[in-house]
Each structure stands twice: as C-alpha cells, then as structure tokens.
Design a protein around this ligand. Structure first.
Ligand SMILES: Nc1ncnc2c1ncn2[C@@H]1O[C@H](COP(=O)(O)OP(=O)(O)OP(=O)(O)O)[C@@H](O)[C@H]1O
Ligand SMILES: [Mg+2]
Length: 176
C-alpha cells in the first residue's frame, strides 16, 4: 500500500502528465465542519471512454485480460474506501479526467499527508510546460499556487530556474 496521500497525488498526476494534460488542478481540502478530507485531481488530457474508465478502477483487470494496466487508480480507490470514504472517476475522451477521493480524516487507517511541499515543488518545476493549480485548505488556512500566474509574473524567466526554485521552496515553506 502507498502510505502517504502525497504519493497518491504523485501517481495520479503522473497519469495526467502521461495523458498529455496541459492544465492540472490538485485540490486537497479538509472540511471545516466534519471529518472529511477531499482530494480532487482534474486534468485536460486525452481522457478515457466509459469502458476504459471502468476497467482502470478494477485491480484485477490486468490479470483477467492479460493487459498491462497499473495500480495507481485501484490503490487510491482502495485507500479511500477502506478509510470510510469514496472514490469517483469521470472522464471524457479528448476532454480530460477528474478523480475525486474522499477519506474519513478521523479513521485510524488514514495515511499521513506526507511531504506535500516537495510533491508540489517537484511537479511544478519538473513540468515547466504544464500549468498547475494547487489548492490546500484546512480549518485554519487556504493555500493556492497557480503556476500559470507565476509564469506570467516571471515574464520569460523559466519556472525551473534555480533562483525561482529556491523562491518557490521558501514560499511553500512559509505558506503551505
Ligand atoms: N488522467 C488520465 N487520463 C487518461 N488516461 C488515464 C488517466 N489516468 C489513468 N489513465 C489510464 O488508466 C490506466 C491505469 O492507470 P493507473 O495509474 O492505475 O496505472 P498505470 O499508470 O498504468 O500504472 P502505474 O501502476 O505505474 O500507475 C493508465 O495506464 C491510463 O491508460
Ligand atoms: Mg499510474
């Protein structure tokens, strides 16, 4: 099992990148009035048809058909469902994919959040051509990083420039 929410985010976003998404949003929200943690990842990649969207949620799909399909999606679904939450996947060919997992934040088997800061930093500077919208919200704060906005402000300086990376790293340390 993947034992951190951050690893799940990495894996689901890796799928979006493979699907040639240009815009990816990642929302992690701890509800104020209840024990609900929501993870929502949306992309504008190649998408999947209905049949594929059903199959990729089935961890036994690959063994049944002999096709190589991975485990990133079934693992997240499993974690959500075993921690009293839910999982949904909506996708449309040519339009994109949205994955939403909820967790009971009070469940003893809920994995820790993990290193969200490094996950965001690696994704943002490791994929300079992709626009990421990261939003993290809990009962005390809301953090938003829109890399399209950052790139606008940088006016031509690449987002993976060493000085930009260290600025973003500090920014994440202070605000996330
Ligand atoms: N965002 C997405 N857009 C389009 N297709 C997707 C997306 N996410 C998943 N898929 C399809 O679903 C398949 C299964 O994804 P999943 O993450 O479960 O396994 P994988 O990426 O194939 O392997 P791994 O175990 O390395 O994650 C992918 O191979 C891809 O074909
Ligand atoms: Mg995957």
């Amino acid at each position: 099992m993947m034992d951190e929410i951050a690893s799940h985010i990495m894996d689901i976003v890796a799928n979006s990148l493979t699907a040639r998404a240009k815009n990816i949003s990642v929302v992690i929200e701890k509800c104020v009035d209840g024990p609900l943690l929501i993870l929502d990842i949306k992309d504008d990649g190649v998408g999947m048809d209905n049949e594929m969207a059903m199959k990729v949620q089935d961890p036994f799909f690959s063994t049944k058909t002999g096709r190589k399909v991975g485990l990133g999606i079934p693992l997240l679904k499993g974690t959500a469902e075993t921690t009293g939450g839910a999982f949904s996947l909506a996708s449309e060919p040519g339009r994109g994919t949205q994955i939403r997992a909820t967790f009971d934040a009070g469940h003893p088997d809920l994995p820790p959040l993990g290193n969200l800061k490094d996950t965001i930093l690696v994704l943002a500077v490791g994929n300079p051509e992709v626009n990421f919208l990261f939003r993290y919200k809990n009962s005390v704060k809301e953090f938003i990083l829109d890399t399209a906005e950052v790139k606008d402000l940088l006016g031509g300086v690449p987002i993976n420039h060493p000085e930009v990376i260290s600025f973003l790293s500090k920014y994440l340390d202070e605000h996330l």
